[in-house]
Design a protein around this ligand. Structure first.
Ligand code: ATP
Ligand code: MG
Length: 264
């Protein structure tokens, strides 16, 4: 049974999609069977991996609406072992359309449960808000990976996010654990950035990944070529950082193979 990981932070532009795409690619490169679910109407992960929801094949919106079977909306990617369920702008309507539907928060969970046997990891790229889509992702997930950009408001935002995660935990998903907080777009020459990173490590200690993601131009360029950084420039610092993160995630999984949730 695969591990289901939501990649979430209600703050925009912190590296959620970059992390979802490149961690997924690095786990696939390590021989794991990985499914990436693009759960953001912006469809950045879908486009960044060089795909689109074309010719009516359908995407996560259709599976959420139960007009298509989950297995029918899965697409192959250029990487062996990495599959994708694409997103479309229509997904933005799902929040409204599901408003009166019973168990609307469990739609994605039901999709993941159908597919989990076939994958070692299901990664869910969340949108930058804490609406019904992100709640669905956190109800479906066993753990949440939180990318954080080291800037002045990061700690404040993290506190709010932890409160929201705790709320979801209490109401819907008591087993939800923190996969880890990931420091992204780190610029070692920037003092404020270093200070914030240090503060996050002091506050959240072992919940912060040892691996950090540097600010790296290859990571920003790769999506415009429709590729994960691994196949765009595998010598780049960005590629090495996501490979290291994948190893850390795999190692943690061995240590916590009983899936015991880390304390929030
Ligand atoms: P949103 O909240 O809109 O979904 P996000 O949290 O998914 O955004 P990304 O799209 O991953 O964030 O990143 C925001 C921008 O920063 C993108 O243009 C991306 O290419 C760039 N970026 C992300 N990580 C890095 C990095 N480590 N180095 C350089 N650029 C980066
Ligand atoms: Mg994104």
């Amino acid at each position: 049974m695969g591990r289901i990981v939501a990649i979430a932070n209600q703050k925009g532009g912190v590296g959620k999609t970059t992390t979802a795409v490149n961690l997924a690619a690095s786990l696939a490169d390590a021989g794991k069977r990985v499914l990436l679910i693009d759960f953001d109407p912006q469809a950045n992960a879908t486009n960044g991996i060089g795909l689109s929801e074309s010719n009516g094949a359908g995407g996560i919106y259709d599976a959420m609406g139960q007009t298509k079977a989950p297995s029918d909306v899965i697409q192959d990617t250029a990487l062996e072992g990495l599959k994708l369920i694409p997103s479309t702008p229509a997904l933005a309507g799902a929040e409204l359309e599901l408003v009166d539907v019973p168990h609307r928060e469990s739609r994605l969970k039901n999709i993941c449960l159908v597919l989990a046997e076939q994958y070692d990891f299901i990664l869910i790229d969340c949108p930058p808000s804490f609406g019904l889509l992100t709640v669905n992702a956190l109800v479906a997930a066993e753990s949440v990976l939180i990318p954080v950009q080291c800037e002045y408001y990061a700690i404040h935002g993290l506190g709010q996010l932890m409160d929201n995660i705790n709320r979801v935990r209490r109401i819907y998903n008591k087993n939800l654990s923190i996969e880890g907080i990931l420091l992204t777009m780190l610029d070692a020459r920037n003092n404020l950035c270093n200070q914030v990173a240090e503060e996050i490590r002091m506050t959240f200690s072992d919940r912060v990944f040892s691996s950090v993601i540097p600010r790296n131009v290859a990571l920003a360029e790769a999506p415009s070529y429709g590729r994960p950084v691994l196949t765009y420039n595998n010598h780049s610092a960005g590629s090495r950082a996501y490979i290291e993160l994948a190893h850390e995630v795999l190692k943690k999984r061995e240590v916590f193979s009983d899936h015991s949730p880390l304390a929030l």
